[in-house]
Ligand binder design. Structure first.
Ligand SMILES: C=CC1=C(C)c2cc3[nH]c(cc4nc(cc5[nH]c(cc1n2)c(C)c5CCC(=O)O)C(CCC(=O)O)=C4C)c(C)c3C=C
Ligand SMILES: [Fe+2]
Length: 388
Protein backbone atom coordinates (compact mmCIF):
# COMPACT_ATOMS: atom_id res chain seq x y z
CA UNK A 1 0.00 0.00 0.00
CA UNK A 2 1.17 3.58 -0.70
CA UNK A 3 1.19 6.67 1.48
CA UNK A 4 -1.69 7.09 3.88
CA UNK A 5 -3.25 10.25 5.22
CA UNK A 6 -5.32 10.73 8.37
CA UNK A 7 -7.75 13.63 8.43
CA UNK A 8 -8.54 14.53 12.05
CA UNK A 9 -11.83 16.42 12.32
CA UNK A 10 -12.54 18.72 15.20
CA UNK A 11 -14.61 21.72 16.17
CA UNK A 12 -11.94 24.43 16.42
CA UNK A 13 -11.83 27.27 18.88
CA UNK A 14 -10.82 30.95 18.91
CA UNK A 15 -7.04 31.32 19.34
CA UNK A 16 -7.32 34.92 20.65
CA UNK A 17 -10.07 37.08 22.17
CA UNK A 18 -10.57 38.96 18.89
CA UNK A 19 -11.36 35.63 17.18
CA UNK A 20 -14.31 34.90 19.48
CA UNK A 21 -16.90 36.93 17.48
CA UNK A 22 -16.06 35.45 14.05
CA UNK A 23 -15.76 31.97 15.56
CA UNK A 24 -19.26 32.26 17.06
CA UNK A 25 -20.58 33.59 13.74
CA UNK A 26 -19.18 30.53 11.95
CA UNK A 27 -20.68 28.21 14.56
CA UNK A 28 -24.17 29.72 14.49
CA UNK A 29 -24.12 29.89 10.66
CA UNK A 30 -24.13 26.09 10.61
CA UNK A 31 -27.62 24.66 10.01
CA UNK A 32 -26.58 21.57 12.00
CA UNK A 33 -26.14 23.84 15.06
CA UNK A 34 -29.19 26.07 14.70
CA UNK A 35 -31.92 24.27 12.83
CA UNK A 36 -34.13 26.96 11.27
CA UNK A 37 -37.15 26.39 9.01
CA UNK A 38 -35.94 29.23 6.72
CA UNK A 39 -32.37 28.90 5.40
CA UNK A 40 -32.25 32.58 4.42
CA UNK A 41 -32.54 33.55 8.10
CA UNK A 42 -29.41 31.56 9.04
CA UNK A 43 -26.72 34.17 8.36
CA UNK A 44 -28.53 37.25 9.75
CA UNK A 45 -29.50 35.32 12.87
CA UNK A 46 -25.96 33.92 13.24
CA UNK A 47 -24.56 37.45 13.02
CA UNK A 48 -27.10 38.71 15.54
CA UNK A 49 -26.61 35.93 18.13
CA UNK A 50 -22.81 36.01 17.73
CA UNK A 51 -22.77 39.79 18.21
CA UNK A 52 -24.89 39.52 21.36
CA UNK A 53 -22.91 36.60 22.79
CA UNK A 54 -19.36 37.75 22.03
CA UNK A 55 -18.56 39.76 25.17
CA UNK A 56 -19.93 37.09 27.55
CA UNK A 57 -18.03 34.40 25.70
CA UNK A 58 -14.84 36.53 25.59
CA UNK A 59 -15.02 36.96 29.37
CA UNK A 60 -15.01 33.15 29.69
CA UNK A 61 -12.09 32.72 27.28
CA UNK A 62 -10.23 35.41 29.27
CA UNK A 63 -10.53 33.22 32.38
CA UNK A 64 -8.74 30.35 30.60
CA UNK A 65 -5.84 32.43 29.29
CA UNK A 66 -7.40 34.44 26.44
CA UNK A 67 -8.19 31.74 23.90
CA UNK A 68 -9.01 28.12 23.22
CA UNK A 69 -6.22 25.54 23.69
CA UNK A 70 -7.91 23.31 21.10
CA UNK A 71 -5.60 23.97 18.16
CA UNK A 72 -2.42 23.40 20.20
CA UNK A 73 -3.78 20.18 21.74
CA UNK A 74 -5.14 18.82 18.45
CA UNK A 75 -1.77 19.48 16.78
CA UNK A 76 -0.01 17.65 19.63
CA UNK A 77 -2.45 14.73 19.22
CA UNK A 78 -1.72 14.71 15.47
CA UNK A 79 2.05 14.65 16.05
CA UNK A 80 1.73 11.87 18.66
CA UNK A 81 -0.48 9.85 16.30
CA UNK A 82 2.05 10.26 13.48
CA UNK A 83 4.83 8.92 15.76
CA UNK A 84 2.66 6.04 16.97
CA UNK A 85 1.75 5.04 13.40
CA UNK A 86 5.42 5.20 12.42
CA UNK A 87 6.22 2.86 15.31
CA UNK A 88 3.62 0.49 13.81
CA UNK A 89 5.35 0.70 10.42
CA UNK A 90 3.08 3.27 8.76
CA UNK A 91 4.52 6.60 7.58
CA UNK A 92 1.31 8.64 7.58
CA UNK A 93 0.63 12.28 6.83
CA UNK A 94 -1.72 13.91 9.39
CA UNK A 95 -4.17 16.68 8.45
CA UNK A 96 -6.26 18.70 10.89
CA UNK A 97 -9.62 19.98 9.67
CA UNK A 98 -11.53 22.21 12.09
CA UNK A 99 -15.18 23.03 11.48
CA UNK A 100 -15.41 26.62 12.80
CA UNK A 101 -11.86 27.97 13.09
CA UNK A 102 -8.32 27.59 11.79
CA UNK A 103 -7.02 25.33 10.43
CA UNK A 104 -10.34 24.97 8.60
CA UNK A 105 -11.39 21.69 6.96
CA UNK A 106 -11.07 23.46 3.59
CA UNK A 107 -7.38 24.22 4.35
CA UNK A 108 -6.74 20.57 5.25
CA UNK A 109 -8.41 19.37 2.03
CA UNK A 110 -6.38 21.87 -0.05
CA UNK A 111 -3.16 20.50 1.53
CA UNK A 112 -4.02 16.86 1.11
CA UNK A 113 -5.04 17.16 -2.53
CA UNK A 114 -1.51 18.47 -3.25
CA UNK A 115 0.18 15.63 -1.39
CA UNK A 116 -0.84 12.64 -3.50
CA UNK A 117 -2.15 10.54 -0.66
CA UNK A 118 -3.04 6.98 -1.71
CA UNK A 119 -5.51 6.20 1.03
CA UNK A 120 -7.20 8.65 3.37
CA UNK A 121 -8.74 7.80 6.76
CA UNK A 122 -11.29 10.35 8.02
CA UNK A 123 -11.23 10.25 11.81
CA UNK A 124 -13.44 12.65 13.84
CA UNK A 125 -12.05 13.50 17.27
CA UNK A 126 -15.51 12.98 18.75
CA UNK A 127 -15.92 9.48 20.26
CA UNK A 128 -19.71 9.63 19.87
CA UNK A 129 -21.57 10.71 16.74
CA UNK A 130 -23.87 13.75 16.78
CA UNK A 131 -25.52 15.55 13.89
CA UNK A 132 -24.09 18.75 15.42
CA UNK A 133 -20.44 17.61 15.51
CA UNK A 134 -19.14 14.74 13.32
CA UNK A 135 -22.36 14.95 11.27
CA UNK A 136 -21.73 18.59 10.46
CA UNK A 137 -18.13 17.92 9.38
CA UNK A 138 -19.19 14.90 7.27
CA UNK A 139 -21.82 17.00 5.53
CA UNK A 140 -19.22 19.69 4.73
CA UNK A 141 -16.88 17.05 3.32
CA UNK A 142 -19.70 15.51 1.29
CA UNK A 143 -20.33 18.90 -0.34
CA UNK A 144 -16.61 19.29 -1.10
CA UNK A 145 -16.45 15.82 -2.63
CA UNK A 146 -19.44 16.56 -4.84
CA UNK A 147 -17.90 19.74 -6.25
CA UNK A 148 -14.22 18.80 -6.53
CA UNK A 149 -13.30 16.31 -9.32
CA UNK A 150 -9.80 15.87 -7.89
CA UNK A 151 -11.26 14.78 -4.55
CA UNK A 152 -13.55 12.34 -6.32
CA UNK A 153 -10.43 10.38 -7.33
CA UNK A 154 -9.23 10.21 -3.71
CA UNK A 155 -9.65 6.81 -2.07
CA UNK A 156 -10.92 7.23 1.47
CA UNK A 157 -12.79 5.66 4.34
CA UNK A 158 -14.72 7.21 7.23
CA UNK A 159 -14.78 6.23 10.89
CA UNK A 160 -18.25 7.43 11.99
CA UNK A 161 -17.79 7.03 15.77
CA UNK A 162 -15.58 4.95 18.02
CA UNK A 163 -16.88 5.14 21.60
CA UNK A 164 -16.57 1.35 22.00
CA UNK A 165 -12.86 1.22 21.08
CA UNK A 166 -11.15 -0.78 23.90
CA UNK A 167 -8.04 1.45 24.14
CA UNK A 168 -10.19 4.56 24.43
CA UNK A 169 -12.27 2.93 27.21
CA UNK A 170 -9.07 1.80 28.94
CA UNK A 171 -7.55 5.31 28.83
CA UNK A 172 -10.76 6.85 30.24
CA UNK A 173 -10.91 4.23 33.01
CA UNK A 174 -7.24 4.84 33.92
CA UNK A 175 -7.79 8.58 34.24
CA UNK A 176 -10.90 8.08 36.39
CA UNK A 177 -9.13 5.54 38.61
CA UNK A 178 -6.22 7.95 39.13
CA UNK A 179 -8.64 10.64 40.32
CA UNK A 180 -10.62 8.26 42.58
CA UNK A 181 -7.38 7.09 44.16
CA UNK A 182 -6.67 10.64 45.34
CA UNK A 183 -9.71 10.40 47.64
CA UNK A 184 -9.36 9.35 51.26
CA UNK A 185 -11.79 6.53 50.56
CA UNK A 186 -11.71 5.83 46.80
CA UNK A 187 -14.90 3.70 46.86
CA UNK A 188 -16.90 6.66 48.17
CA UNK A 189 -16.29 8.86 45.13
CA UNK A 190 -19.39 9.48 43.03
CA UNK A 191 -18.41 9.28 39.34
CA UNK A 192 -20.23 12.08 37.52
CA UNK A 193 -20.18 11.93 33.70
CA UNK A 194 -20.86 15.34 32.16
CA UNK A 195 -21.58 15.14 28.44
CA UNK A 196 -22.01 18.13 26.15
CA UNK A 197 -25.77 18.49 25.61
CA UNK A 198 -27.77 18.83 22.39
CA UNK A 199 -31.38 19.99 21.96
CA UNK A 200 -33.81 17.15 22.76
CA UNK A 201 -35.40 17.52 19.31
CA UNK A 202 -32.12 16.38 17.69
CA UNK A 203 -32.60 12.97 19.27
CA UNK A 204 -36.39 12.71 19.24
CA UNK A 205 -37.17 14.32 15.88
CA UNK A 206 -33.98 14.25 13.81
CA UNK A 207 -32.89 10.76 14.96
CA UNK A 208 -29.50 11.78 16.35
CA UNK A 209 -27.94 8.63 17.94
CA UNK A 210 -25.86 10.87 20.25
CA UNK A 211 -27.78 10.18 23.49
CA UNK A 212 -27.77 6.43 22.95
CA UNK A 213 -24.03 6.44 22.15
CA UNK A 214 -23.26 8.60 25.21
CA UNK A 215 -25.29 6.32 27.50
CA UNK A 216 -23.69 3.16 26.13
CA UNK A 217 -20.24 4.73 26.34
CA UNK A 218 -20.78 5.64 30.00
CA UNK A 219 -21.77 2.08 30.83
CA UNK A 220 -18.77 0.67 28.95
CA UNK A 221 -16.36 2.98 30.78
CA UNK A 222 -17.86 1.96 34.15
CA UNK A 223 -17.51 -1.70 33.18
CA UNK A 224 -13.87 -1.13 32.16
CA UNK A 225 -13.23 0.77 35.41
CA UNK A 226 -14.59 -2.23 37.31
CA UNK A 227 -15.00 -0.48 40.65
CA UNK A 228 -18.00 -0.32 43.00
CA UNK A 229 -18.51 3.47 42.74
CA UNK A 230 -21.99 4.83 41.96
CA UNK A 231 -22.27 6.98 38.85
CA UNK A 232 -24.52 9.60 37.24
CA UNK A 233 -24.76 10.97 33.70
CA UNK A 234 -25.86 14.56 33.00
CA UNK A 235 -25.64 17.07 30.13
CA UNK A 236 -23.92 20.46 30.18
CA UNK A 237 -23.51 23.65 28.10
CA UNK A 238 -27.11 24.31 27.15
CA UNK A 239 -27.56 27.26 24.75
CA UNK A 240 -30.88 29.03 23.97
CA UNK A 241 -34.46 28.57 25.15
CA UNK A 242 -35.41 25.09 23.87
CA UNK A 243 -35.25 21.91 25.95
CA UNK A 244 -31.92 20.03 25.76
CA UNK A 245 -31.09 16.51 26.90
CA UNK A 246 -31.70 16.09 30.61
CA UNK A 247 -30.76 15.98 33.42
CA UNK A 248 -28.82 19.22 33.18
CA UNK A 249 -25.43 19.09 34.89
CA UNK A 250 -26.21 22.00 37.23
CA UNK A 251 -29.48 20.35 38.46
CA UNK A 252 -27.83 16.96 38.91
CA UNK A 253 -25.00 18.48 41.00
CA UNK A 254 -27.54 20.23 43.21
CA UNK A 255 -29.51 17.01 43.66
CA UNK A 256 -26.41 14.99 44.58
CA UNK A 257 -25.55 17.69 47.13
CA UNK A 258 -29.03 17.33 48.63
CA UNK A 259 -28.52 13.56 48.82
CA UNK A 260 -25.43 14.17 50.95
CA UNK A 261 -22.76 13.24 48.38
CA UNK A 262 -19.43 14.72 49.53
CA UNK A 263 -16.94 13.46 46.93
CA UNK A 264 -17.61 14.11 43.27
CA UNK A 265 -15.33 13.01 40.44
CA UNK A 266 -16.43 14.78 37.25
CA UNK A 267 -15.67 13.10 33.90
CA UNK A 268 -16.01 15.14 30.68
CA UNK A 269 -17.16 12.53 28.20
CA UNK A 270 -17.97 13.97 24.76
CA UNK A 271 -14.65 15.52 23.94
CA UNK A 272 -11.05 14.31 24.01
CA UNK A 273 -9.23 17.62 24.63
CA UNK A 274 -9.31 20.32 27.27
CA UNK A 275 -11.42 23.24 26.07
CA UNK A 276 -13.54 26.07 27.39
CA UNK A 277 -16.24 23.75 28.70
CA UNK A 278 -13.82 21.75 30.84
CA UNK A 279 -11.52 24.59 31.91
CA UNK A 280 -14.16 27.24 32.53
CA UNK A 281 -17.61 25.65 32.80
CA UNK A 282 -16.66 22.57 34.86
CA UNK A 283 -13.56 23.81 36.68
CA UNK A 284 -14.98 27.20 37.65
CA UNK A 285 -18.79 27.35 37.32
CA UNK A 286 -19.76 23.80 38.34
CA UNK A 287 -17.11 23.72 41.07
CA UNK A 288 -18.73 26.79 42.64
CA UNK A 289 -22.20 25.21 42.36
CA UNK A 290 -20.94 22.02 43.99
CA UNK A 291 -19.47 23.99 46.89
CA UNK A 292 -22.81 25.74 47.44
CA UNK A 293 -24.55 22.33 47.27
CA UNK A 294 -22.34 21.08 50.12
CA UNK A 295 -20.03 18.84 48.05
CA UNK A 296 -16.68 19.22 49.87
CA UNK A 297 -14.46 17.44 47.44
CA UNK A 298 -14.87 18.26 43.73
CA UNK A 299 -12.32 16.66 41.41
CA UNK A 300 -12.25 16.77 37.63
CA UNK A 301 -10.78 14.00 35.49
CA UNK A 302 -8.40 15.54 32.92
CA UNK A 303 -9.25 15.27 29.22
CA UNK A 304 -7.39 12.57 27.29
CA UNK A 305 -5.22 15.03 25.29
CA UNK A 306 -2.07 13.02 24.39
CA UNK A 307 -2.52 10.17 26.90
CA UNK A 308 -0.37 7.37 25.36
CA UNK A 309 -3.10 4.69 25.69
CA UNK A 310 -5.51 7.02 23.89
CA UNK A 311 -3.02 7.84 21.10
CA UNK A 312 -2.45 4.11 20.63
CA UNK A 313 -6.25 3.74 20.38
CA UNK A 314 -6.34 6.36 17.58
CA UNK A 315 -3.54 4.52 15.77
CA UNK A 316 -5.40 1.19 16.11
CA UNK A 317 -8.58 2.80 14.81
CA UNK A 318 -6.66 4.07 11.77
CA UNK A 319 -4.99 0.70 11.05
CA UNK A 320 -8.29 -1.19 11.50
CA UNK A 321 -10.09 1.23 9.18
CA UNK A 322 -7.54 0.57 6.44
CA UNK A 323 -8.03 -3.18 6.76
CA UNK A 324 -11.86 -2.99 6.76
CA UNK A 325 -14.17 -2.46 3.78
CA UNK A 326 -14.29 1.24 2.87
CA UNK A 327 -17.14 3.34 4.24
CA UNK A 328 -17.99 6.46 2.27
CA UNK A 329 -19.59 9.68 3.44
CA UNK A 330 -23.02 8.88 2.03
CA UNK A 331 -23.02 5.48 3.77
CA UNK A 332 -22.39 7.10 7.14
CA UNK A 333 -25.80 8.71 7.53
CA UNK A 334 -27.40 5.38 6.56
CA UNK A 335 -25.33 3.68 9.25
CA UNK A 336 -26.43 6.23 11.83
CA UNK A 337 -29.98 5.08 11.21
CA UNK A 338 -32.81 7.61 10.97
CA UNK A 339 -30.47 10.60 11.05
CA UNK A 340 -32.07 13.53 9.32
CA UNK A 341 -29.40 16.12 8.59
CA UNK A 342 -30.65 19.65 8.27
CA UNK A 343 -31.61 20.95 5.80
CA UNK A 344 -32.50 17.58 4.24
CA UNK A 345 -30.62 16.40 1.15
CA UNK A 346 -33.60 17.03 -1.13
CA UNK A 347 -34.23 20.51 0.25
CA UNK A 348 -35.86 22.70 -2.39
CA UNK A 349 -34.17 26.07 -2.41
CA UNK A 350 -37.12 28.11 -3.68
CA UNK A 351 -36.99 26.60 -7.14
CA UNK A 352 -40.60 27.26 -8.04
CA UNK A 353 -41.57 30.80 -8.96
CA UNK A 354 -44.31 31.12 -6.33
CA UNK A 355 -41.94 29.79 -3.68
CA UNK A 356 -39.39 32.42 -4.77
CA UNK A 357 -41.98 35.17 -4.35
CA UNK A 358 -42.99 33.92 -0.91
CA UNK A 359 -39.39 33.37 0.15
CA UNK A 360 -38.65 36.98 -0.80
CA UNK A 361 -41.65 38.36 1.06
CA UNK A 362 -40.99 36.34 4.21
CA UNK A 363 -37.30 37.27 4.06
CA UNK A 364 -38.18 40.94 3.89
CA UNK A 365 -40.58 40.67 6.86
CA UNK A 366 -38.04 38.65 8.82
CA UNK A 367 -35.32 41.22 8.22
CA UNK A 368 -37.57 44.09 9.27
CA UNK A 369 -38.53 42.20 12.46
CA UNK A 370 -34.88 41.43 13.17
CA UNK A 371 -33.79 45.04 12.64
CA UNK A 372 -36.62 46.27 14.83
CA UNK A 373 -35.62 43.86 17.56
CA UNK A 374 -31.95 44.83 17.37
CA UNK A 375 -32.80 48.52 17.70
CA UNK A 376 -35.45 48.25 20.43
CA UNK A 377 -34.52 45.10 22.36
CA UNK A 378 -38.15 43.94 22.05
CA UNK A 379 -39.54 41.19 19.85
CA UNK A 380 -40.09 37.48 19.33
CA UNK A 381 -36.51 36.38 19.98
CA UNK A 382 -36.40 38.24 23.30
CA UNK A 383 -39.88 37.11 24.27
CA UNK A 384 -39.00 33.47 23.56
CA UNK A 385 -35.73 33.79 25.50
CA UNK A 386 -33.39 33.17 22.51
CA UNK A 387 -31.90 36.60 23.17
CA UNK A 388 -31.48 38.35 26.50
C1 LIG B 1 -19.37 16.63 21.46
C2 LIG B 1 -19.25 17.85 21.77
C3 LIG B 1 -20.12 18.96 21.36
C4 LIG B 1 -21.47 18.97 20.98
C5 LIG B 1 -22.43 17.81 20.86
C6 LIG B 1 -21.80 20.35 20.72
C7 LIG B 1 -23.06 20.82 20.33
C8 LIG B 1 -23.41 22.16 20.37
N1 LIG B 1 -22.65 23.25 20.74
C9 LIG B 1 -23.37 24.41 20.67
C10 LIG B 1 -22.96 25.72 20.96
C11 LIG B 1 -21.64 26.11 21.31
N2 LIG B 1 -20.56 25.31 21.43
C12 LIG B 1 -19.46 26.06 21.77
C13 LIG B 1 -18.20 25.61 22.00
C14 LIG B 1 -17.83 24.26 21.98
N3 LIG B 1 -18.64 23.17 21.71
C15 LIG B 1 -17.90 22.02 21.82
C16 LIG B 1 -18.34 20.70 21.66
C17 LIG B 1 -19.64 20.31 21.32
N4 LIG B 1 -20.67 21.10 20.91
C18 LIG B 1 -16.57 22.42 22.15
C19 LIG B 1 -15.41 21.49 22.31
C20 LIG B 1 -16.53 23.82 22.24
C21 LIG B 1 -15.37 24.69 22.68
C22 LIG B 1 -14.32 25.01 21.71
C23 LIG B 1 -13.26 25.83 22.40
O1 LIG B 1 -13.16 27.01 22.10
O2 LIG B 1 -12.53 25.33 23.29
C24 LIG B 1 -19.84 27.42 21.84
C25 LIG B 1 -18.87 28.58 22.08
C26 LIG B 1 -18.48 28.78 23.48
C27 LIG B 1 -19.44 29.67 24.18
O3 LIG B 1 -19.69 30.78 23.71
O4 LIG B 1 -20.00 29.22 25.20
C28 LIG B 1 -21.20 27.48 21.58
C29 LIG B 1 -22.04 28.70 21.54
C30 LIG B 1 -24.67 24.03 20.21
C31 LIG B 1 -25.79 25.02 19.97
C32 LIG B 1 -24.69 22.64 20.01
C33 LIG B 1 -25.75 21.74 19.53
C34 LIG B 1 -26.75 22.07 18.82
FE1 LIG C 1 -20.71 23.18 21.59
Amino acid sequence: MGRIGVLLLNLGGPDRLEDVGPFLYNLFSDPEIIRLPFPWLQKPLAWFIATRRTSRSQANYKKIGGGSPLRRITEAQGQALKEQLLALGEDAEIYIGMRYWHPYTEEAIARLTQDNIDELVILPLYPQFSISTSGSSFRLLEQMWKTNPQLQKQKYTVIPSWYKQPGYLQAMAELIAQELDQLENPDEGHVFFSAHGVPKSYVEEAGDPYQQEIEECTELIMRTLNRPNPHTLAYQSRVGPVEWLQPYTEDAIEELGEQGIKNLVVVPISFVSEHIETLEEIDIEYRELAEIAGIDNFRRVPALNTHPVFIRALADLTMDAMKSPRLDLSQVSQMKKNVKMYPPENWEWGITSSAEVWNGRIAMLGFIALLFEMLTGHGLLHASGILH
